[in-house]
Design a protein around this ligand. Structure first.
Ligand code: PLP
Length: 338
């Protein structure tokens, strides 16, 4: 049976690192906490002291109600009785909105969603007249993981808008919202990360400088010997040159591992040939296999990003929290011989 282990020590070390930059963290736990499991991650975040989170939609918000503030990135337009915060992603959404607590998203250059600069006056007027509680104002970077000046152009634009909003709030004696713009990649780039930071992938250790939280382990369900010049798996895309032992493990592309046709590097061995829906064949004789324990390494097998693999890990796989690093958190494939 495949199991996903969540390394609490690494998670906390990532949160420590982020806290040193800015202790006010709006932790992004959208999409099942980037595939890690929203319940397990929420439990750990609360234990760490995180009080505010961002989720994708209202269904996710309802799963984690214990947090002090829950910002829903893509909320419905109807009023919800619960104290959630709704992101306002466009002027037309604001006009339809009936929920009292909002965070205004500003399009500073991503061109995906958010209020445009020229819509700001009308937007603030609606907020004032309809007495929405403007809790936050935010924007999102498109190129924070690159060199170049896009991030700083967006940042400057955001600061300008921040000033305008602050003036407006002062004028009408409205409580000033808090401002947040820094995603993971921007954490170490900005001169000032403003009131709150809004990291996702850094929490889970999917970018450089942070420790991986997820590892995936699977059981060996059968072992056999492959002859020289014998192939294995669908279409026999792997052909052995010599006699070797092979093991079949009980995890496949149905569990979220990206499809591959010509092998894949695992932590202590390699998968051979094509991945099956529920199985992979690996080289060597094992009882257990660590498929990956650092997504930053595993992703190199594929033409994709760490986010994409993590977020698709099947929610059916059992999640287990590893509490402390006393030896059993460093998982090794249980090798017999190869
Ligand atoms: C997903 C998301 C984040 C987190 O981004 P990371 O790159 O994972 O840090 C922050 N803000 C918004 C609006 C997002 O959609």
């Amino acid at each position: 049976m495949a199991t996903i282990y969540l390394n609490k020590q690494n998670l906390f070390s990532n949160l420590d690192k982020i806290s040193k930059i800015n202790p006010n963290i709006l932790a992004v736990i959208k999409d099942n906490a980037y595939g890690h499991g929203i319940f397990s991650i929420s439990k750990l975040l609360r234990e760490y002291g995180i009080r505010k989170v961002c989720v994708r939609n209202i269904d996710e918000a309802n799963l984690v109600r214990e947090f002090e503030e829950i910002l829903i990135f893509n909320p419905p337009t109807n009023r919800n009785a619960i104290n959630f915060s709704y992101a306002i992603n466009s002027l037309s959404q604001l006009k339809k909105n009936r929920h009292p607590y909002i965070h205004l998203k500003i399009d500073t250059g991503f061109r995906r969603n958010g209020i445009l600069e020229e819509e700001l006056d009308e937007t603030l007027e609606i907020i004032r007249q309809r007495k929405f509680e403007l809790r936050g104002v935010f924007s999102h970077f498109c190129c924070a993981d690159e060199f170049g000046c896009d991030t700083f152009i967006q940042y400057d634009k955001f600061l300008k808008i921040k000033e305008k909003i602050e003036k407006f709030c002062k004028k009408y004696n409205i409580k000033c919202p808090y401002f947040h713009i820094a995603n993971s990649a921007a954490l170490s780039k900005l001169p000032d990360t403003l009131d709150f930071v809004r990291p996702g992938i850094a929490i889970y250790g999917g970018i450089d400088g942070y420790e991986p939280v997820m590892s995936l382990e699977a059981d060996v369900v059968s072992v056999r010997e492959l002859d020289a010049k014998e192939g294995c798996g669908y279409n026999k895309t792997f052909m052995s040159e010599k006699k070797i032992k092979i093991s079949t493990i009980d995890v496949g592309y149905a569990d979220g591992i990206p499809y591959f046709t010509n092998g894949c590097k695992l932590k202590d061995t390699e998968a051979l040939g094509k991945i099956s829906m529920d199985y992979m064949i690996v080289k060597g004789e094992f009882k257990k296999i660590v498929v990956f324990d650092d997504i930053k390494e595993f992703v190199k097998n594929f033409d994709t990003i760490t986010y994409d693999i993590l977020v698709k890990m099947s929610p059916r796989i059992k999640r287990k929290i590893i509490e402390s690093d006393n030896g059993n958190s460093v998982k090794q494939s249980d090798k017999i011989h190869s």
